[in-house]
Ligand binder design. Structure first.
Ligand SMILES: [Zn+2]
Ligand SMILES: [Zn+2]
Length: 162
């Protein structure tokens, strides 16, 4: 499930290139970084560094582990990706060109469900204003069990009763 994209002025690649060149010590946009940005932005997903390393290897790219870790940090810094801490794992997802949203995480199957809710957004906005707090971002995660896992559990319970 993907939320509708938000219109942005430039491509993720251009935005990243601009970020690299605007740093106090400008950096070159390498081929490995290009492969990564293209791969990540081809599809909206929640992934961790190890998953990305495996997926890109399987897709035939040769990107070093160190480059992946370093580039992920830069992509977050550049405003292209956002971090999502779930338990001990750190996930990443598109931020640039993707709408503000929250998550429900199924503790049984690991599914991540995205949702948007204007009441929650307004609430966060209010709390920040009351505390004179300048928000740079937030993570709001609901943990539990998804429809599919709930159905499986109910079915199992019914079978147990027979
Ligand atoms: Zn589930
Ligand atoms: Zn998400």
């Amino acid at each position: 499930m993907e939320l509708p994209a938000v219109e942005v002025s430039q491509s993720p690649e251009n935005k990243f290139r601009e970020y690299l060149s605007s740093r106090s010590r400008p950096q070159r946009y390498t081929d490995q970084q290009r492969d990564m940005v293209r791969y990540i932005f081809a599809q909206h997903n929640h992934f961790d560094a190890d998953q990305l390393i495996d997926d890109m290897k399987r897709a035939g790219f040769s990107v070093s582990r160190a480059t992946i870790y370093r580039t992920l940090t830069k992509l977050v810094d550049a405003g292209l990706l956002r971090r999502l801490e779930i338990g001990p794992r750190m996930f990443y997802e598109h931020d640039y060109g993707y709408p503000q949203h929250e998550h429900m995480v199924c503790e049984k199957c690991g599914k991540m469900i995205e949702f948007q809710n204007s009441t929650i957004e307004a609430l966060i906005h209010d709390v920040c204003r009351q505390n004179n707090f300048q928000q740079t971002g937030h993570t709001f995660i609901i943990r539990g069990t998804c429809t599919d896992c709930n159905r499986a559990r109910v079915t199992k319970r019914r079978l147990d009763l027979i």
